[in-house]
Design a protein around this ligand. Structure first.
Ligand SMILES: [Zn+2]
Length: 133
């Protein structure tokens, strides 16, 4: 198994190969907030497997990316977009939406609590959603 800088480089390299598939899947819009005409980045959901795989990734904008990776920068009202993302056909988007809703519930966002009550994940996705964060 590769670790350190080499390993990270290798991983980034593999992730960049998913871009083509992700552009198609997302129709070039952020898979969480639906923003178009912006730079989209590949975000790999935790926990990371030995090798990255495209179904474990989402294609999202910089604002979403920043708030996911820096929870202290989270702007709760921004995440109303999860209202739509939650019903995405892409499992990784569903899982990430549920994780973000849980975070928002922790931040006393009652609307997020309501939304989460209506959310439904397939059992294996539910399990995945609990594996990190
Ligand atoms: Zn976004």
């Amino acid at each position: 198994m590769s670790t350190g800088f080499q390993g990270k480089f290798h991983r980034q390299n593999m992730l960049s190969r998913f871009a083509k598939d992700l552009v198609r899947r997302s129709r070039s819009k952020c898979e969480l907030c639906d923003k178009g005409s912006v730079k989209l980045e590949v975000y790999e959901l935790l926990p990371l497997g030995e090798d990255p795989y495209v179904d474990g990734c989402v294609f999202i904008c910089e604002s979403c990316y920043k708030q996911i990776t820096h929870p202290k920068k989270m702007v709760p009202s921004y995440w109303r977009c999860l209202n739509n993302a939650l019903w995405s056909e892409v499992p990784a988007v569903q899982v990430l939406s549920v994780r973000m809703l849980r975070r928002l519930v922790t931040a006393d966002q009652h609307w997020a609590e309501e939304l989460l009550e209506h959310a439904y994940l397939e059992p294996d996705l539910e399990e995945w959603s609990l594996l990190a964060d």
